[in-house]
Design a protein around this ligand. Structure first.
Ligand code: ATP
Length: 584
């Protein structure tokens, strides 16, 4: 448990902080009234009490209580600030680590699971550092101090008090073991519920549109029921063992009573000593019981640490020891093989995009076009061959430098829930407002932005929900224009846009493509009629290569796709634009 926490916080001794020392002192002061009680009782029994003495004792007691409260509050503040700053660092390192992971990790894991680890699990570990750890330390120190005190007074009775501890401890270890096993299951159920909740919220529009509220709610309901069952199971399995631990521990009190009475009857014990033991033993068993509960709770929280450790253990794409930078920006794929896990997707892909050329990838859905485009940004590492930019393998470049030379415009670009200005500025964080407007004008979105109630200050909504698909794409293009990277990877919108939007979008794309090396995934073939080269991809292979005029005359897949799209075009109520992606 401590090993996990140390490994995720990266701090070896930092759990024993000033806060822990405050707690140790607090517990010593907490045990001190027992000593005072001993003196008071002895005086009472010997009838040596005076009012003046009693006032002194009372004052001393008040000072002890005040000191204890002061130490407790200092300890809590220290623990809180130390734990919170350690976990801030963990959150930052987790964010940084996630950024370096291959995209494959994100497609394997649910978004909800990842966010559960980043939010709930980090909070749970923070709870250990800010509260539970010191609570456990305090609950162990107080009985130790009390036991030492009792041993000094009468070793026979002290042994009677302590004797139950070694008998109860195995039960505590057992409860820890049970908790360790069950808590991982409960964590998985909580993460699954988070995924279902996220899915429910993100797809609420779709669910309503298809009238599937009942069906989706069932999935959510099942996830909730699983979490409920796992939570109950954790309690049902561990609680009886913790209870048994407490009971066996308290048996020591019975042993104390029997031993004390036996010694008293034999005249081997002073009554005042016996009273002291009866009173002080409370300071022995009660904190040990709390330590047991806090330790079990801590073991539960530590499973959150396990999940964080697993996330840190995911291997990032290896960075080169001696990174290289290309001088030119032609793209080259040499005999590339690629698989998602065991699922082979690309087979011997080979092509070039000469610098400042526009090459289009076309083909049926699932052919592997987006995968090819992702390999250029090194979203995944390939299984065979090489992906090169300017003759240098992308694996020999530092990932940040590689990403800086590529602008990617997605089919469904994501806009942050910030102002449109901030969204465009993501392409160049230090851009002036004039540069932002210039990019928006070039991307043909300035006109619609200034017509919005708050113009550039209009908030785009989560994911860009406040804007239409075409508007979102144009803002993403403005973002890419501001970035002004030498390579552009463009995933063209599949959905039919209204003619006006389509014309503007096409003009924006043409502007973005000027003097750049462009790889475009084209879904509408009429937009790539003037591309320098078209690659037809099918089942992970390039099966045809040529310009539009060459390919339409061959009796191949491109020809069939072209005829199909021409036929579908005839069904449109309004005619589309005749503009296409072209070199300006
Ligand atoms: N992250 C992933 N994990 C596993 N399989 C994937 C992943 N992404 C895509 N695939 C699979 O790889 C194949 C190629 O997908 P890809 O998205 O590259 O095709 P595409 O030609 O771009 O399709 P579309 O035109 O529909 O976008 C598909 O069978 C798809 O199911």
């Amino acid at each position: 448990m401590f090993k996990t926490i140390r490994s995720i916080t990266g701090q070896s001794g930092k759990m024993l902080t000033r806060a822990t020392w405050y707690t140790v002192l607090e517990m010593i002061v907490n045990a001190a009234p027992a000593g005072l009680l001993f003196v008071v009782l002895a005086s009472l029994l010997q009838e040596e009490v005076s009012l003046q003495r009693m006032i002194w004792w009372t004052v001393s007691l008040l000072v002890m209580f005040a000191l204890q409260a002061l130490l407790a509050s200092r300890g809590q503040i220290e623990a809180q600030s130390n734990g919170a700053s350690i976990m801030k660092d963990v959150r930052l390192r987790l964010g940084e680590h996630l950024r370096k992971l291959p995209m494959g990790y994100f497609s394997r894991r649910d978004q909800g699971e990842i966010s559960h680890t980043l939010l709930a699990n980090v909070d749970e570990v923070e709870m250990i550092l800010t509260h539970l750890f010191n609570q456990v330390i305090g609950s162990i120190i107080l009985p130790i101090v009390s036991a030492v005190f009792l041993l000094f007074i009468d070793w026979r009775l002290a042994l009677a008090v302590i004797i139950s501890v070694p008998l109860a401890l195995p039960l505590l270890f057992w409860s820890q073991h049970l908790m360790g096993k069950r808590s991982m299951k409960r964590q998985a159920a909580a993460a699954a519920l988070q995924s279902r909740l996220l899915e429910y919220i993100q797809t609420i529009r779709l669910i309503k549109a298809h009238n599937q509220t009942g069906q989706r709610f069932t999935r959510l309901d099942q996830a909730m029921a699983r979490l409920r069952d796992d939570s109950i199971r954790v309690e049902v399995i561990t609680s009886p063992v913790v209870m048994l631990f407490s009971m066996i521990l308290e048996l020591g009190f019975v042993v104390l009573l029997l031993t004390g009475t036996y010694l008293l009857e034999g005249g081997l014990l002073d009554t005042s000593i016996f009273f002291i033991f009866l009173a002080v033993s409370m300071k022995f068993y009660q904190p040990l019981r709390s330590a047991g509960t806090a330790l079990t709770q801590m073991r539960f929280m530590a499973s959150a640490g396990e999940r964080i450790r697993e996330l840190f253990a995911q291997e990032a794409l290896p960075e080169p020891k001696h990174p290289r930078l290309p001088n030119t920006f032609n793209i080259e794929l040499e005999n590339v093989d690629f698989a998602y896990g065991d699922k082979k997707i690309l087979n011997g892909i080979q092509f070039q995009v000469p610098e400042n050329n526009l090459v289009a990838l076309v083909g049926p859905s699932g052919a592997g076009k987006s995968t090819i485009a992702g390999l250029i940004s090194r979203f995944w590492d390939i299984n065979g061959g090489a992906v090169k930019i300017g003759g240098i393998d992308v694996r020999e470049m530092q990932s940040e430098e590689l990403l800086a030379m590529i602008s990617t415009v997605q089919q469904q670009p994501y806009l942050f829930n910030e102002s449109i200005e901030a969204n465009i500025r993501k392409g160049k964080p230090n851009a002036t407002i004039e540069e932002v407007i210039e990019a928006a004008q070039a991307a043909h979105c300035h006109e619609f932005i200034i017509r919005l109630p708050q113009g550039y200050d209009t908030v785009a909504g989560e994911g860009g929900a406040a804007l239409s698909g075409g508007e979102r794409q144009r803002i993403a293009i403005a973002r890419a224009m501001l970035k002004n990277a030498p390579i552009v990877v463009l995933d063209e919108a599949t959905a039919s846009l209204d003619p006006e939007n389509e014309v503007y979008l096409q003009r924006a794309i043409n502007k973005l493509a000027q003097n750049k090396t462009v790889l475009v995934i084209a879904h509408r073939l009429k937009t790539i009629q003037s591309a320098d080269r078209i690659l037809v991809v099918d089942k992970g292979k390039i099966i045809e290569v040529g310009r539009h005029v060459e390919l339409v005359t061959q009796n191949g897949l491109y020809h069939r796709l072209w005829l199909e799209q021409q036929r579908l075009g005839g069904w449109r109520i309004k005619g589309g634009s005749s503009e296409g992606t072209k070199r300006a």
